[in-house]
Design a protein around this ligand. Structure first.
Ligand SMILES: [Zn+2]
Length: 237
């Protein structure tokens, strides 16, 4: 199964247009969006964007192609707007998978938005590591992790995917330990935009699990039979 993954679009309309266009062109079986979906930090502005731009674009794609879109929010998305995605999910327009797992063609798609505590501004999605560990344990009971693609906004701690501009590793230890123990089929992350620039890598391995953080707005095409041979399309400014 071929999927397209993108994260941290932060409301860039052109990036969304490119994503759905590429999804059609490549005949992707599914599109996954890894959080930080809306622009700016103002909740009513974000709400308008999700209502007027994002949900119509997604439902247009899923209706015309019959291919699913799996989406989570990230730490820069106001949680108060989550209900918009939940409603769109109920109408069958998209799969909002925060703390949920959805099966599609023999693969589970499991999502989680929360991040470990950071100095960043918005706090809606921050949690202590031990609470993240507890949530993920609960999530793992809803699916078969060995056949799961995990869509987790925060990257695992001390990898090529969680390096800040100052060289510090700021990923989640609970997420790392979860991947070590459960060994999902594939893990998709975001959150730390600059990590790929700092480490010159968009992928790392924890045990047998390939983990990917492609940076903001870059689209990755992944064949789930061989996730290591991914292809990246650089996002435009
Ligand atoms: Zn971001």
């Amino acid at each position: 199964m071929k999927i397209l993954y993108v994260t941290d679009i932060h409301g860039n309309e052109k990036a969304y247009r490119n994503l759905f266009e590429l999804g059609r062109e490549k005949g992707a079986e599914a599109i996954l969006i890894g959080g930080d979906i809306s622009p700016g930090f103002d909740c009513s502005g974000q709400r308008r964007f999700i209502q007027k731009f994002l949900i119509p674009r997604i439902s247009d794609f899923t209706e015309s192609t019959a291919k699913p879109v799996f989406i989570i929010m990230g730490n820069d998305d106001c949680k108060s707007n989550m209900e918009l995605l939940e409603k769109a999910d109920k109408k069958g327009m998209l799969h909002f998978v925060h703390q949920k797992a959805v099966a599609f063609r023999g693969i589970w798609f499991a999502g989680y938005s929360c991040i470990n505590t950071t100095p960043f501004l918005m706090k809606d999605w921050e949690k202590e590591e031990k609470l993240i560990a507890r949530d993920l344990e609960a999530l793992s009971k809803r699916c078969d992790m060995k056949r799961s693609v995990c869509l987790f906004h925060a990257p695992p701690f001390a990898t090529l995917l969680d390096v800040l501009y100052d060289g510090r590793h700021v990923g989640s230890l609970a997420i790392r330990e979860f991947i070590e123990k459960k060994q999902p089929l594939l893990c998709l992350h975001g959150h730390i935009h600059e990590s790929m620039l700092m480490t010159a890598s968009i992928a790392d391995k924890i045990g047998k699990t390939v983990c990917i953080n492609p940076g903001n707005r870059n689209i990755v095409e992944i064949d789930l039979r061989k996730p290591e041979s991914m292809e990246m399309v650089i996002g435009e400014e």
